[in-house]
Design a protein. Structure first.
Length: 457
């Protein structure tokens, strides 16, 4: 029977989580999961081919003495393993009040911001200790919220620079590993508070499901893998439906969209409405009704949907946002509405790995060597037009109308420029003259700072 250490090495190799001589930064909470992960990676360092291993602990400023205890435990544990340890202290309650988010949401956001910052400084991947049990809880949590297919796929094994080397282990197996290797760990008292939905699922729902099927966590994970394959097929069909139905200057041909199943059409509507906010299932249903019956109605974010029976059109009511214009470098990010944007540099090889994880990033990249002069980011200007890769030259107004970007959003969408003109319109891809080619050596990704961990659960 294979040991947990042997199974971990096999999982890492099968999923190709690390390249040879890569460095890794482990998110260390002090709990059994992260303690096991760090110990496993240290014991497998030579077999995996890791260059360096370090750990980071985030002190959230919430549990006072208990949080201080956890930070000290992590520091001592890393000293025992003889690896670098980084402690970051944040004030989650204060930040939550400022941003009007829950402490849970704020804590997660701050954690990953600091993970990304330190990983970038160290040129390392981030390893988190998500387990099979976490994956099962996530899926069930999404079920309670009425999720679609995508929400049932669970936590990904890898999402950009974040990897999850023990996602195949249950929490019970992790605790078993700690016991076998005489590893101490700390317990977070808030994990017992069932006012938190996840804790209630962990302590009350999962045990009941295990009465029916003792391997329910494995079963849910298996289901997530199968549904991920299905979701990828639906997404590709939706992309095809949009491409086939789109008619320049008119919208989307209703006769083409009607030929696709409703599940595909719903994904088309979702893509057309992104990034409009407060959109619910009832709005997608209304769009589908409009497709067949014609008419018009208002959607959230000042978006109007209209159909004359032949074409479905979505467009935004104009409403200007205060102008902005900045010079931007890798060392000089900028903010719009407290959202941080920045430049991220990759070798061509590393960027191709990034695309394998999530091809979304193709919309945010360009060839570094094709830039002329300095890079500037600004708001759109009247008459702006550019040549998106693979498409015809068009005005930004027409581009935004086609994708129903709300008036509030379109007025604050960053437009990246150099001395020769528009380099990229955020989220729509780069201009043809700076596209990635076979000769590209260095790739620049221009994105929101938190985009690289946006797939995190």
């Amino acid at each position: 029977m294979e040991t947990i250490k042997e199974r971990t090495l096999q999982f890492i190799r099968e999923k190709n989580l690390f390249a040879k001589n890569e460095s890794v930064l482990v998110a260390l909470s002090g709990g059994a999961d992260s303690v096991s992960l760090l110990h496993l990676l240290c014991s497998l360092k030579e077999e995996i081919g890791l260059q360096t291993i370090s750990a980071i602990h985030i002190h959230h400023g919430i549990r006072k003495e208990e949080a201080d205890r956890d930070a000290q435990f992590c520091k001592v544990f890393c000293e025992t393993l003889q690896i670098p340890f980084y402690l970051v202290k944040v004030d989650v309650p204060k930040e939550a009040k400022k941003t009007h988010q829950t402490e849970e949401e704020t804590g997660r956001r701050l954690r990953y911001e600091h993970f990304q910052e330190k990983a970038k400084e160290l040129s390392a991947k981030i390893a988190t200790a998500h387990t099979l049990s976490d994956n099962a809880e996530t899926i069930l949590l999404h079920v309670t919220r009425g999720t679609g297919l995508n929400g049932l796929t669970g936590i990904p094994v890898a999402s950009h620079l974040i990897v999850r080397p023990i996602l195949f282990l249950t929490r019970k197996e992790v605790e078993q590993y700690c016991e076998e290797n005489n590893l101490d760990y700390v317990l977070d008292s808030t994990n017992q508070d069932i006012t938190y939905s996840r804790n209630r699922i962990r302590q009350q729902v999962i045990p009941q499901l295990k009465v029916i099927n003792p391997q329910v966590e494995e079963a849910l994970s298996r289901m997530g893998c199968l549904l991920k394959e299905d979701e990828e097929v639906f997404s590709q069909l939706a992309k095809k439906a949009m491409e086939e139905s789109f008619v320049e200057g008119k919208g989307y041909a209703t006769n083409v969209l009607k030929e696709y199943p409703k599940a595909v059409r719903m994904r088309v509507y979702r893509a057309l409405l992104y990034p409009a906010i407060n959109v619910e299932k009832k709005h997608y249903d209304s769009l589908d009704q409009l497709l067949f019956e014609g008419g018009y109605f208002n959607l959230p974010s000042n978006v109007i949907a209209r159909s004359d029976g032949e074409y479905l059109e979505l467009y935004a009511i104009e409403k200007e946002y205060p102008a902005f214009s900045y010079e931007i470098t890798k060392e000089n990010p900028f903010f719009i509405d407290s959202v941080e944007y920045g430049l991220f540099s990759y070798s061509k090889k590393d960027f191709e790995k990034l695309l394998k994880v999530n091809n979304l990033f193709f919309n945010y990249c360009f060839d570094c060597d094709r830039i002329k002069g300095s890079l500037n980011v600004r708001q759109r200007l009247p008459g702006d037009s550019y040549h998106p890769v693979g498409r015809n030259t068009k005005t930004l107004k027409k581009l935004f109308n086609e994708t129903s970007i709300s008036s509030h959003e379109r007025s604050r969408i960053p437009v990246l420029t150099d001395e020769e003109g528009i380099v990229m319109v955020y989220g729509f891809g780069c201009d043809e003259r700076v596209k990635i080619t076979e000769d590209t050596k260095q790739v620049i990704v221009f994105a929101k700072k938190n985009l690289l961990d946006s797939l995190e659960e």
